[in-house]
Write a protein that binds this ligand. Sequence first.
Ligand code: AMP
Ligand code: ZN
Length: 668
Amino acid sequence: MNSIQHKIEDLRSQLHRYNHEYYTLDAPTISDYEFDQLLAELQSLEKQYPEFYDENSPTLRVGGAITKKFQTVVHDHRMYSLDNSYSKEDLLDWETRIQKNIGDEKVHYFCELKYDGASISLTYENGKLLRAVTRGDGSQGDDVTQNIKTIKTIPLQLTGDYPKKFDIRGEIVLPIAGFHKMNQERIAAGEEPYMNPRNTASGSLKLQDSGEVAKRPLQCLLYQLVSDTPICETQEEGLQKARSWGFHVPSEAILANSIDEVMQFVDQWDVKRHSLPYETDGIVIKVNLISNQMELGYTTKYPRWAMAYKFKAEQVSTQLESISYQVGRTGAITPVANLRPVLLGGTTVKRASLHNADQIEKLDVCIGDVVFIEKGGEIIPKIVGVDVSKRTVFCQPVDYITHCPSCESELIRSEGEAQHYCLNSNACPPQITGKIQHFISRKAMDVDGLGAETIELLFRDGLIRNYADLYTLQKEDLLPLERMAEKSVDNLLLGVEASKKIPFERVLFGLGIRFVGQTVAKKLAASFGSIDRLANATKDELEEVDEIGERIAQSVVLFFSNPNNLQTIQRLKDYGLQMTISADRLAAQTSLLKGSTFVVSGVFESFSRDELKAAIEINGGKVSSSISSKTTYIVAGKNMGPSKFQKAEKLGIPLLSESDFRALIAVK
Ligand code: AMP
Ligand code: ZN
């Protein structure tokens, strides 16, 4: 190696090390002055010899790169949200669900603090930071690598025995002291102060000038390794390793052997959190054994192996001025409190959810009362109590509405239901627009060029009365509408046309059948194959499908017994929407495994667990999550849970290896 190159690389590795010692370990071994000298030397060499450019050089920490538009990147591994719990009972329920899945094997929990900032996914390859992507909608986010490189606690070059390629997840936070300092400077400069550390941290990730990001005292706290093949056996070990490679992993976490011990950790941090340098809004409890985590898997939103425990939120009081009633797409009525505006956790709150009539009764709230509100897990805050001492003679008891605020039909509340409903589904305006809005939404038909407001506009102008009408829209009808330039009209029509290619399962989800969410729609599409077969299915046939219970079956039958719905579906068919599963899927479909129920356990070589489950279903088999006498086979991969193994043995259920399984479905 040329001696200049050697010098440059030597400086880089020294600076990476000093940086880590200073920012992550908080234990510098050289003075700031010496550090600045080395950095300046490297900067000047890099300038002089651009041929030795390195995209992960420590000089990039100062920023400077400008990003005009952040590229969208699809996450290799989905970034899930966390399920929330608020009490010991919630945690015990969770434990029961876990044990149902993994058997009576003892579960250990790794308890971490829940850092309140913006989540980030970092990809490392050969020890170098390759990419940093925001959570986005969980399946795709923005590439913010240039900005992230300026955060000093993020290693650009790892040390030690790291895997060749992996992702690590963390939270970008703005420590409270740094936040206050930034605000003092802003105030001094005559600028508006920032609202709260969390919003400022997440706003920082999307600044166009990385030099600005570099000036902010952001930190990245890491909490999860993610990779195709497991890197470690436990959550605890994973984090220890990450720390040894140079990541900033906070050390407050503990291993708990029972929910009681988890609660001790919660209670301790509920108090101590106020002395932490950054904000936390709870703790995160994770099943420690990675093999258990894999057995438990994920719902569409959350890992089943992790749970957030939210600390009690900040409370403020304000006056309840009035109640409005909203009508959802299913006709459900939701009362919403209109409040005298008040500042809560950095944002001004004007409205709060009241959920339903029972809730109002339970709170015993009157119009005009002073109420306590707090932010829970939801975005919209809730009313948690009434300050009865402030009640005056002017306060009015709530007279819950009896008729729909929109179409005036009488509201119905069925036995066992919390919500009142307007049953006039085919003529009640918010239900009509709500259904069409659901139909075009991203997870359903994903119609480009058409948003919620346009739907309302089209409905008001009498152009659409149900989702099938979208396919009859003509350019000349749309052009005269307000805010509809030729370009937007073209986009809208193209978007509608393109939606005809959306696969059947998403069309089915888009129809808005009550209780038929994305997962159920997928199951129904795969089991029945076409809308006609589904429409003709009896309640019993529906209930035969894995995970379809009485409530869903009833709702599906009800939907297809409504002549209006059948007519709309016929129209959608005529317009050319996908009303059967695709030919590819159909061709792949067999009934080789019909009548067999499978439990999948462990890790596999040629399938991900989801692929394996899909392979079972497409071949007519059923997948179940727990072993019982009804299980036909267990497909056992590496690291199969010991409790499952014992249970299988006890019940005499045959185990299939990955290759046995492939033979069963005749894949070579
Ligand atoms: P929520 O946004 O309330 O659904 O909570 C999920 C988010 O909590 C994740 O996306 C992470 O960004 C964040 N989080 C903070 N600390 C942790 C932690 N220790 N483990 C997992 N997630 C965490
Ligand atoms: Zn109505």
